[in-house]
Design a protein around this ligand. Structure first.
Ligand code: ZN
Length: 418
């Protein structure tokens, strides 16, 4: 096997070109972070999408902003309503090239407007700001690596499809079909730009993830005059929450977490509505099926209570991404490549999920933490390590070089999926 840790002339050259793009990669990340793109902030998403499209037009690629279909969301009244998010940005280049990859990332964040807006210098080479590492920084690194790659001599050997999504933080419900379609139109390897840990470690195996909303209906009544005529949906929900949490520890690697209960109103009214919102994680397909069956059983149990009815929305929207032979081979190739720039890369299994799960489910082995180094993501203390822009873009640049000149055989790794 080719020694991937050796740096060729082309590798030296791409690393230099990336070093020249360093300040560019950082400043556009800050510009993008200044526009709020909380997952439910459609105006913000629609404001940033064309700016991203402009930035990516530096590539030799075809860029489309595609309107997404509304997806279903259970509101606080227990009704299913449609929510339309921002556009998917689809970028494609050289579909006839010998090696094809899919790249992905998201431009939404978990922060609603006016909750976390400022960018602050924390000193020590760290900056704090919304989405700097998760993952506007990653998008910038992806673009930097591709710009540097396309300025070199190997570009005609590699084609790509990039899918940039507006809804990763809420589960890719609108954009998942675009990821699947791009993955299944010839991609051999996937590269996704979630942040890696602040130690530099990347994600290995990932669990699958489910989101459920169970809507329970009872019967309202005046709590003073006719308590006995009421049937409390909140009481039924409370029993369900205890049962759900009681499932933790019953099967290896499967966890449940109730995030919220909505419903009820004044204390003098027997509540006729409650919505139990929870998530579940499972390490493999059988465990996921077991978890879903438990949820159905608990819903049936709730509906056996006098005067209570209910229905369920959701399920496992991201299948597990275990370490199979293809993943293992790809991780080895990435860590060998890291050695070429002095990195000792580790892959650590996690319960977290991302678009890498979707791409894996579509049959394409992938590495999904190629973005910047950072920490405290999903909190107002989110930070990015500034030196990681150049470091991680160089890692991607070297991967692109190896995929293009065949030192990293994408076809062979993909074949290990079967
Ligand atoms: Zn993310």
């Amino acid at each position: 096997m080719t020694d991937l840790s050796v740096k060729t002339k082309d590798d030296e050259a791409i690393c230099e070109r990336i070093a020249d793009l360093d300040s560019n990669m950082k400043s556009r990340t800050f510009d993008w972070a200044k526009i709020n793109t909380g997952s439910w902030n459609r105006d913000g998403l629609e404001a940033l999408a064309p700016k991203l499209g402009d930035a990516f037009s530096a590539l030799e690629a075809n860029i489309e902003l595609i309107k997404t279909d509304p997806f279903e969301k259970v509101n606080d009244q227990g009704q299913v309503e449609g929510f339309e998010t921002g556009p998917v940005i689809r970028i494609s280049s050289r579909p006839a090239a010998e090696t094809q990859i899919i790249m992905s990332g998201h431009y939404d964040t978990v922060f609603p407007p006016n909750t976390f807006t400022d960018i602050k210098d924390l000193g020590d080479g760290k900056f704090n700001g919304p989405g700097l590492s998760d993952m506007k920084g990653g998008l910038s690194v992806m673009l930097g690596a591709l710009q540097a790659f396309e300025a070199g001599p190997l570009k005609d050997k590699l084609g790509y499809q990039i899918v940039i999504t507006p809804d990763e933080e809420t589960g890719n419900f609108a954009s998942a079909p675009f990821l699947t379609e791009a993955a299944q139109s010839g991609a051999m390897i996937g590269m996704t730009y979630e942040p890696c840990m602040d130690t530099g470690a990347m994600s290995g195996g990932r669990k699958g993830s489910a989101v459920f909303d169970i809507v329970l209906h009872g019967r309202s009544a005046h709590a003073g005059r006719a308590k006995e005529e009421g049937r409390s949906a909140v009481e039924a929900a409370a029993a369900m929450v205890l049962a759900l949490e009681g499932l933790n520890g019953q099967r290896d690697g499967v966890t449940f977490n109730v995030g919220a209960i909505d419903g009820g109103s004044a204390v003098n009214i027997v509540p006729d509505l409650a919505i139990v919102r929870f998530g579940a994680r499972a390490p493999d397909a059988e465990a996921a099926a077991w978890a879903s069956a438990q949820v159905e059983r608990l819903l049936e149990q709730a509906c056996e209570r006098d005067g209570i009815s209910g229905h369920m929305h959701g399920g496992f929207y991201r299948p597990p991404k275990p370490r199979n032979a293809a993943q293992q081979e790809l991780f080895t190739a990435v860590s060998e490549t890291g050695k070429a720039i002095g990195l000792a890369l580790e892959f650590v299994d996690t319960g977290g999920v991302c678009e890498g799960n979707n791409i894996f489910a579509a049959g394409v082995p992938n590495v999904d933490t190629l973005g910047v180094m950072g920490g405290r993501i999903h909190s107002a203390e989110e930070y990015v390590i500034m030196s990681s822009f150049i470091e991680r873009a160089q890692l991607s640049g070297l991967l692109l070089n190896r995929l293009a000149d065949g030192r990293l055989n994408a076809k062979k790794i993909k074949a290990l999926m079967e």
